[in-house]
Design a protein around this ligand. Sequence first.
Ligand code: NAP
Length: 366
Amino acid sequence: MKYKIAIIGFGTVGQGFAEILEEKGVWLKERYGLDFDVVAISDPVKGSVYADPSRHGTGREHGLDLKKILSLIKETGKIDSYSEGIKGWDSVRTITDTNSNVIAEASPTNIETGEPGITHIRSALNNKKHVITTNKGPVALAYRELAKLASENEVFFRFEGTVISGTPALNLGLEALAGIKIQEIRGILNGTTNYILTEMESGKTYEEVLREAQRLGYAEAKPDADVEGWDALAKVLILANVVMGGNLRVQDIERTGITGITLQDIQEAKSENKRYKLIGKVRKENGGIKASVRPEKLNIGDSLAQVNGVLNALTFVTDELREVTIVGPGAGRRETGFSLLSDLLNIHQLLEKSSSTIDPSRIVTC
Ligand SMILES: NC(=O)c1ccc[n+]([C@@H]2O[C@H](COP(=O)([O-])OP(=O)(O)OC[C@H]3O[C@@H](n4cnc5c(N)ncnc54)[C@H](OP(=O)(O)O)[C@@H]3O)[C@@H](O)[C@H]2O)c1
């Protein structure tokens, strides 16, 4: 099968994904038999282009020239002047009306409404197109509905990059650890806050480090999503509902950010051989699932206390292996772009393995 990919949202992640596909395309085909074209890209500011096979004149079915697209975006910040194809289709039309069969959704996360991601994903699944996404909103707010829709339409819905980017958190919990009972998952799920807490240990105030983080591009000008714990909450919600089988909503999760942590708190913890970390936690309790995001003072020997700077980490507390901890990048252009490739390869391998009998609902739900 040839995967005809439409990329929706061409910012940091969409471009990172395109770069990886452009650089590794030949090797991916040789090594994994992954045959693909990127047939369309849609972004409200950078532009939209669809390499419609019936319109570009050669009669040959092919996708966009990613090398050209990437150099255009580098030089002009836009893809509008790409020489071939249909221009200007919005995201929904690109999803529904192009000959794509895989939608790579990388539009901005909105943890209040899940939009525009939910609409994009619903449209793709209803049109029997596989979805790979890094957008946390739709998975945090509408996982059950979207997984059901994927199953009904016999397509895959994969979203590895929604929790600590390309570091394989969901694949680890759902696939590598299948057969194990997970009692708790706890982790450092946000690089910006981990960077701030790490740097405060050297005696800088919260405000000083926040400004530094903004200058380095680790924190947004409006940092609330990170420092108030919303970004970590979205990931906790995904872990709770996808890996632990819960059905939690945003309001079910206790959330405290790091804005109340003072330099004095950090120094006191240091003198006790402890360290503050913003910990996202999901645990089985009294037959249900409980989840929280809050700063916790960890013993210095705790594996999560050793994870500093922008790094992220997750510890799975299990019956058979006791604790399994994974540490890796939680953000970044290539790191998150890679998560989309990982989802695509996963779909490809599942389809290859069982091309006639596979039931996607067995894979997308836990
Ligand atoms: N960057 C990371 O390291 C990382 C890590 C994990 C997960 N994620 C998630 O991945 C997604 C993409 O992140 P990013 O860093 O690439 O964000 P980004 O740089 O802001 O890119 C998102 C792009 O989508 C565009 N967009 C907005 N509305 C759209 C629509 N209706 N249809 C199509 N495109 C639309 C945005 O345009 P405007 O600029 O005009 O809004 C922007 O160009 C987000 O959901 C994010 O939470 C990112």
